[in-house]
Design a binder for this molecule. Sequence first.
Ligand code: AMP
Length: 219
Amino acid sequence: MTKKELVFLGPPASGKGTQTSRLSQELNFPHVDTGSLLRKALAEGTPDGLIAKSYIEKGQLVPVEIVASIIKTRLKEADCANGFILDGFPRSTEQAEILEKMLSEIDADKDVSFKVIYFDIDQQLLLDRIIYRRSCAKCGKIYNLQSLKPQCEGLCDECCSELVQRKDDTEEIAKSRFDTYFTETAPLIEFYEKKGVLTKIDANGEVEEVWDRLLEAVK
Ligand code: AMP
């Protein structure tokens, strides 16, 4: 059986989180999301979480050793054996090279399909999306106060828990996250294009339209 590895690239608030969570259920592969793993470490007050805190609060990349170690531990877990959806890693060429090495070790003699899906989106929309984004404190489902409102104000449709705003979803930190994305992460588009593993999808439009394009891309 071929192991299916899907890596997602795209600017903050490009819709990756919403689509990849749904894809994880559709394909029955775990959704490995570095932002969530780091926020979990931070909430639990682990040593890695404490170091990560100041970088997350400034919208900068957390030191590579910390992220790489969290990701490696996660990708070695049994539920990733047949495939995974990787969201938020790599975020720099250095991280991409680390991932390549890590996977060659983890996959050893496995038959693997490795694809990178890039969410190509109009940048004008993104800052608003970030400022109006809310997520469920319990199950993580993502909403938008303008375009994807919950049925009851302030509460998750799925589990009725409180909706919260991420601390780094303010205008000031979001601007810094975009700077980080364009300087550190965007060069990965060319990096993966040259390797012939990149698929671009148009991430503009309604959630359902993007979903259909995504399903087509991961076939
Ligand atoms: P996200 O939830 O993907 O927007 O990530 C939130 C924050 O977590 C980012 O702004 C970074 O500070 C940190 N982070 C997430 N993924 C990485 C990564 N691969 N490398 C370094 N820092 C990361």
